[in-house]
Design a protein around this ligand. Structure first.
Ligand code: NAD
Ligand code: TDX
Length: 341
């Protein structure tokens, strides 16, 4: 198999590439990534001597680049991770979210249609379902839960999902979609909750908890997300949506306290700050479809996975420090100049 992984210099895409190299060592992977602020080529440096891996610098909204790439290589599948992914950024600047997440996805779909790629997999999110009330623990998102978005980010991801489904219905493009809950693990950009809090706690700085910290997220280890996508690619039915979740619901404040305990830091570092506008209250995934149809079972227990993730950030201090001090941009710029590796 030859896969095109878009957005592979980001958090989940890079973990997916490492997952796939480990579990499918005979397959070839091309990573297409625009190396935006969230992309970090350094994460992929260990793959430079890997003959099954190639990196291409480019933007999924660039039709010529995408079409030339698809014309030149015979891909068996495209897995689209490329996106603007941070909700807070979508509130301060929505336009790039529409450009990348909607137009970019549509460009890839046009390419899949033109070059008859056997499979297009869209990596989506539980945020397309909106949120659930805090006082109804019995409720969880199912694949048939209506789309009901809150932020420009989730609206752009939902729009992309609708286009993916429309290309399937109208043009018979062979697609699948997975909608996953909040991921944690190595290589997450230090703008998201867990790496932000680890960074602040290690520096003995205030930990900024939005509102009262009562919002609930359903956490999944990134490797379990990759496992779910692997099963969908292998056995998922064309045209279907599959939820992927870890059954790990926890309020932000309780997660932050757990994290402080692991790091042996005082709770007095917690600082309640202005809430996120439109802040989704609770996410919870009903993953029974992927479990029963594809035999999915997450492997990581949350407490152990969180501890391993914290240890990873402590051990890989240079990786995230080079992001915080901006040094990571130097290598990104060099790669942009070269175009591909
Ligand atoms: P990320 O922000 O860490 O990485 C995104 C990557 O996409 C970066 O490498 C960036 O350079 C690249 N990119 C951005 N715009 C591009 C463009 N126009 N062309 C090519 N590459 C571009 O994101 P992530 O957290 O790894 O999320 C990956 C995907 O998974 C996204 O589609 C996101 O919506 C989805 N998702 C994320 C989570 C989560 O918890 N992080 C949960 C569910 C779904
Ligand atoms: O500093 C913070 N303080 C805080 O209280 C940050 C960064 C976040 N939060 C809260 C907001 C959320 O309730 O923590 C929760 C998690 O926030 P994020 O890490 O920004 O994730 P979220 O908004 O839940 O979205 C994530 O999961 C779904 C990803 O960023 C999305 O890409 C994915 O689709």
């Amino acid at each position: 198999m030859k896969l095109l992984v878009t957005g592979g210099a980001g958090f989940i895409g890079s973990n997916f590439i490492y997952y796939w190299r480990k579990h499918h060592p005979k397959d070839d992977i091309v990573c297409l990534d625009a190396l935006t602020y969230a992309g970090n080529y350094r994460t992929l440096v260990p793959l430079e001597d890997d003959t099954h891996f190639r990196f291409v610098y480019g933007d999924i909204t660039d039709k010529k680049l995408v079409f030339d790439l698809l014309a030149g290589e015979k891909f068996d599948a495209i897995i689209n991770f490329a996106a603007e992914s941070h909700v807070d950024n979508s509130i301060t600047g929505p336009q790039i979210f529409v450009t990348t997440n909607v137009i970019g996805t549509q460009m890839l779909l046009d390419g899949v249609r033109e070059f008859k790629i056997p499979r297009f997999h869209q990596v989506s999110t539980d945020e397309v379902y909106g949120d659930l009330p805090l006082d109804r623990p019995d409720l969880a998102f199912r694949e048939d839960t209506p789309i009901h978005t809150s932020s420009p980010y989730s609206a752009s991801k939902a729009s992309a999902d609708l286009l993916v489904l429309a290309y399937h219905r109208t043009f018979q493009v062979p697609i699948t979609i997975s909608r996953c809950s909040n991921n944690y693990g190595p290589y997450q950009f230090p703008e998201k909750l867990i790496p932000v809090m680890i960074n602040k706690a290690l520096g003995n700085e205030p930990l900024p908890v939005y509102g009262q910290g009562l919002n609930v997220r359903d956490w999944i280890h990134v490797d379990d997300h990759c496992l779910g996508i692997d099963l969908v690619l292998e056995k998922g039915r064309i045209g279907e949506v599959y939820n992927i979740g870890g059954h790990n619901e926890i309020a932000n404040i309780d997660l932050v306290k757990k994290l402080l305990k692991h790091l042996d830091k005082p709770e007095s570092l917690i600082s309640f700050v202005t809430d996120r506008p439109g802040h989704d209250l609770r996410y919870a995934i009903d993953a029974s479809k992927i479990e029963s149809e594809l035999g999915y079972k997450p492997k990581h227990h949350f407490d152990a996975g969180l501890k391993a993730t914290i240890d990873w950030y402590v051990e890989n201090y240079d990786w995230w420090q080079s992001i915080l001090n901006g040094e990571y941009k130097e290598l990104n710029e060099k790669i942009k100049g070269e175009g591909s590796r």
